[in-house]
Design a protein around this ligand. Structure first.
Ligand SMILES: Nc1ncnc2c1ncn2[C@@H]1O[C@H](COP(=O)(O)OP(=O)(O)O)[C@@H](O)[C@H]1O
Ligand SMILES: [Mg+2]
Length: 291
């Protein structure tokens, strides 16, 4: 992965950086090596400017929640990172390498398909609508990409799939089809599928928004366990404020394609500084703070 010149010069080794983050949990640590770095990113759909010069960093191992009104650009950020959407301007670095560009004779040029494919391996994404392959069993949903993208043997891919099925509590459902599962079960399979690619970064786009209320808990529990037991960087869009408060190192409030305010959860949920954040959180804050 080190075939391109390193555009950023991280001061610390990644092990040091991770330790820094742990020590400073909740505080943005400027010396830590960012695993995601977005610089002045612009995204337009037609005339609409959806991301308006967005600067955004996530440190290695950090758990960051994005909150904000519908249409503020939250999904677009994740989809750009997952290379499902292009950018119109700015630069993004993932794990120290440009995502949408690559170095060619020392110059940054638009990324080739091969570069994008390599970069994509850094990330796994979980969607609101699960997006499982409907014609494949649970097991095959999980083994497909490790076999065809990573080149794992069937046996290795199966072994890996069972490990993650166990982690999400779905071992008994390996031979079922998605339509035979509840939404919560499908989403847990989708999480196992993403993990089976061994990403360093997990992106969650409102993973519980499509679920019946009684199924939300089982998915949040899995995500919580992941965040506690695995050294993953997590970027999570959610409207589950109590959950965001529990698992996040940092919460970012998005509005109209910019970050209005970002702070550790205990700050932003008790004393938001910006009027727009207060307005957005009004209903949630009363419930959260027990008024
Ligand atoms: N493929 C697309 N084509 C046109 N407009 C889009 C597309 N995807 C998103 N948008 C627009 O971009 C804005 C931000 O969308 P999105 O990132 O999905 O917001 P959020 O996830 O915060 O609700 C919205 O106004 C949305 O309508
Ligand atoms: Mg969205």
């Amino acid at each position: 992965m080190n075939d391109a010149p390193q555009p950023t010069a991280p001061a610390a080794t990644s092990a040091d950086a991770t330790a820094d983050i742990r020590a400073a949990k909740g505080a943005a640590s400027p010396s830590a090596e960012p695993i995601i770095k977005m610089e002045k990113v612009v995204k337009r759909f037609g005339d609409a400017v959806v991301l308006d010069g967005l600067d955004f960093e996530v440190a290695k191992g950090e758990k960051v929640t994005i909150i904000g009104p519908s249409g503020s650009g939250k999904s677009t950020v994740l989809r750009i990172l997952m290379t499902l959407e292009t950018i119109d301007d700015g630069l993004i670095y993932v794990a120290g390498k440009p995502l949408w560009h690559e170095f060619h004779n020392g110059r940054l040029v638009p990324a080739s398909e091969g570069h994008l494919r390599a970069m994509r391996k850094e990330m796994g994404m979980v969607f609101q609508q699960f997006n499982l392959f409907p014609h494949m069993t649970v097991l095959r949903n999980i083994t497909e990409s490790p076999m065809h993208v990573l080149g794992l043997s069937r046996e290795k891919a199966r072994k890996r799939a069972h490990k993650y099925l166990d982690l999400v509590g779905m071992t008994d459902h390996a031979e079922k089809f998605p339509s035979q599962l509840s939404g919560g079960q499908q989403q847990r399979v989708a999480i196992a599928r993403a993990l089976a690619m061994h990403p360093n970064i997990m992106l969650f786009d409102e993973p519980t928004s499509a679920l019946d209320p009684e199924l939300v808990g089982e998915v949040l529990n899995v995500i919580q366990r992941l965040s506690e037991e695995h050294d993953l960087t997590m970027l999570l869009v959610t409207h589950e404020m109590a959950f965001a408060r529990q698992i996040s190192d940092r919460v970012c409030f998005f509005d109209k394609g910019v970050i209005v305010e970002q702070a550790p959860p205990e700050e932003i949920f008790s004393e938001p500084r910006e009027e727009r954040t207060r307005e957005f959180l009004k209903g949630f804050l009363d419930t959260l703070n027990g008024h």
